[in-house]
Design a protein around this ligand. Structure first.
Ligand code: SF4
Length: 78
């Protein structure tokens, strides 16, 4: 389970985030490309934009459920 106290620092503030468990597998960036991107310096994913409509929210939830190491959380600050 993702830890809101362990967010990757690039995440924008808000509900969804990626924490330090990310193994850079690319699934979330493929599933929700409007919201997740890669830090090329650090080799992990982060939220560059919180979802702004139902489609993006659904994609973020799908990414969260599909993340193999449960590094995505939706219990960040709102
Ligand atoms: S799906 Fe999970 S492990 Fe894979 S890149 Fe996204 S946050 Fe990282």
């Amino acid at each position: 389970m993702a830890d809101p106290e362990d967010k990757n620092e690039e995440n924008v503030d808000g509900k969804f985030y990626v924490d330090s468990q990310c193994i850079d597998c690319d699934l979330c960036r493929e599933t929700a490309p409007n919201n997740f991107t890669r830090s090329d310096d650090e080799g992990y994913s982060y939220l560059f934009k919180q979802p702004e409509n139902e489609e993006e929210t659904a994609q973020c939830l799908e990414a969260m459920e599909g993340c193999p190491v449960e590094a995505i959380g939706d219990d960040g600050d709102t």
